[in-house]
Ligand binder design. Structure first.
Ligand code: ADP
Length: 392
C-alpha cells in the first residue's frame, strides 16, 4: 500500500476524519464521529463518546473494522485543519508545544473554532506520538491579500493592537479549486482571473488573479460575507451595538445568534437547500413565503459579491462553483448568474442541469467567461500540504 495521511477536522462536538493517499488522490476511508460529550438514553443503540480522546479511539476502531488498521495504512503524517492562524501562522507547520501555545494565545480571535482544534491536536499527538502532526490553516491562502482588501477602515492603531484585519477562510478550498480549474482548462494558473464561489453550509467567495487571491468575502472571522446555512454574513455593525444596548442581549447571545441562528436557518428554519426548494414549490403559504425570502436574500447577496468581484478583476476568465450547494444546486447557479450576458457570462441550461460528481463546464462553448463546477477536496489538499512539509 502507498503512503497515506490521516486528515482530522476537530469541532467542539465532532471529529471529521479522512485517510487520503496524497500521491494518487484516493480517499481510503472517511467519516465523522459526532455528539461528543452528549449523554445517551439508556436504551439507545449508540454508545456515548465521552470526550475527544474517546472520539479518536472510535475513529481508529472504525478504520480497523473497515480493514484499515493503523499499521496497514502506512500513515506518514496527521494533517489537522485549523481554522484561524492569526497574523503569523500561515504555512503548513509541524505542530510542537510552542505552536500550541501560540494557537492558545490566538483562541480569542476564533473562539468557536480554534479551542476544539487545539484539543484535537493535543489528543491526536498523544494517541499517535510517533507521527508528525501538521497544522494546515484555513486562513493561509489569503495571508497575502492586498492591503486594500485586507484592511478594515477602522482606527488603525486599534486594528494593529488587536490584529484586526480581513484574514479570509476556506483558503484550502479556494486554492485547490482554482488550481483544478486551471488544470481543467489546460491553461496556466498564472494566466487566469478567477472567481471561486464556495457554497456549502459555510460559504465564501474569492477573486484570484494568476493564482493569488485579491479579494475574499470572509473577514476577521468566518462570519462576514455571503448568507450561509446558519451564519448571517454581512450585517451593519450597528445591529450588534443596538442588540447589545437596547435589546439587552449579551455578547455571547449576539455571537450565538449570528453564528447559529442566522443565515438560512434564521430566515426560514432550514439549512438544506433541497428542503428549501421543496418548501418553495409545495409548502403551505407561510412556509413558502419564508423559504422564498430566504432564497431571495441568499441569491441577492451572492450576486452582489459576483458583481463586486467582476469590478475588482475587470473581467473574469473563469467562475467556479464548489461545495455542497455550489456542486449540486443547479437553480442556485442559474439564479446567481442570470442576466449577466453583457459581462460575457452565460450558462448552458442543459449542462447546468445535468447532475455529475466530476469537474465540468456549464457555460456554452466559446463563451467569454467559462463557468465550471468543480468538487472541492479539502482533505486531499491538506494531505498534499503535509507531504510538501515532509519533503522540506
Ligand atoms: P460544509 O460547509 O458543512 O462542509 P457542504 O459543503 O457539505 O457543507 O454543504 C452542505 C449543504 O449542501 C447542505 O446543507 C445542502 O444545503 C447542500 N446540498 C447538498 N446536496 C445537495 C443537493 N443535492 N442539492 C442541493 N443542495 C445540496
Amino acid at each position: 500500500m502507498t503512503r497515506s495521511v490521516l486528515v482530522l477536522n476537530t469541532g467542539s462536538s465532532s471529529v471529521k476524519y479522512s485517510v487520503v493517499q496524497p500521491d494518487s488522490g484516493a480517499t481510503i476511508a472517511d467519516g465523522m464521529v459526532d455528539r461528543i460529550g452528549e449523554e445517551v438514553e439508556p436504551d439507545s443503540e449508540r454508545e456515548a463518546v465521552v470526550d475527544h480522546a474517546a472520539a479518536l479511539q472510535v475513529v481508529f476502531d472504525s478504520l480497523a473494522e473497515g480493514g484499515n488498521s493503523l499499521d496497514d495504512l502506512r500513515l506518514v503524517a496527521v494533517g489537522h485543519r485549523v481554522v484561524h492562524g492569526g497574523p503569523d501562522l500561515y504555512r503548513p507547520t509541524v505542530v510542537d508545544d510552542a505552536m500550541i501555545a501560540q494557537l492558545e494565545r490566538l483562541a480569542p480571535l476564533a473562539p468557536l473554532h480554534n479551542p476544539p482544534a487545539i484539543l484535537g491536536l493535543e489528543v491526536a499527538r498523544r494517541a499517535l506520538p510517533e507521527l508528525p502532526h501538521i497544522a494546515v490553516f484555513d486562513t493561509a491562502f489569503f495571508h497575502d491579500l492586498p492591503p486594500a482588501a485586507a484592511t478594515y477602515a477602522i482606527d488603525h492603531e486599534i486594528a494593529a493592537e488587536w490584529g484586526i484585519r480581513r484574514y479570509g477562510f476556506h483558503g484550502t478550498s479556494h486554492q485547490y479549486v482554482s488550481e483544478q480549474a486551471a488544470d481543467f482548462l489546460g491553461a496556466p494558473l498564472e494566466s487566469l482571473s478567477q472567481i471561486v464561489l464556495h457554497l456549502g453550509n459555510g460559504a465564501s467567495a474569492s477573486a484570484i488573479v494568476g493564482g493569488r487571491p485579491v479579494e475574499t468575502s470572509m473577514g476577521l472571522t468566518p462570519m462576514e460575507g455571503l448568507v450561509m446555512g446558519t451564519r448571517s454574513g454581512d450585517v451593519d455593525p450597528g445591529v450588534i451595538t443596538y442588540l447589545w444596548r437596547t435589546a439587552g442581549m449579551s455578547v455571547e447571545d449576539i455571537e450565538s445568534m449570528l453564528n447559529r441562528r442566522s443565515g438560512m436557518r434564521g430566515l426560514c428554519g432550514e439549512i438544506d437547500f433541497r428542503v428549501i426548494r421543496q418548501r418553495i414549490e409545495s409548502g403551505d403559504e407561510s412556509d413558502r413565503g419564508a423559504a422564498q425570502l430566504a432564497y431571495d436574500v441568499y441569491i441577492h447577496r451572492l450576486r452582489k459579491y459576483i458583481g463586486a468581484y467582476l469590478a475588482v478583476l475587470g473581467t473574469a476568465d473563469v467562475i467556479t462553483f464548489t461545495a455542497g450547494v455550489g456542486e449540486n444546486d443547479a437553480a442556485v447557479r442559474r439564479d446567481a448568474l442570470s442576466g449577466l450576458s453583457a459581462f460575457g457570462i452565460e450558462l448552458d441550461e442543459h449542462l447546468n442541469d445535468s447532475p455529475a460528481k466530476t469537474a465540468r463546464r456549464i457555460s456554452p462553448d466559446g463563451s467569454p467567461t467559462t463557468v465550471l463546477v468543480i468538487p472541492t477536496n479539502e482533505e486531499l489538499a491538506i494531505a498534499r500540504a503535509c507531504t510538501q512539509v515532509l519533503a522540506g
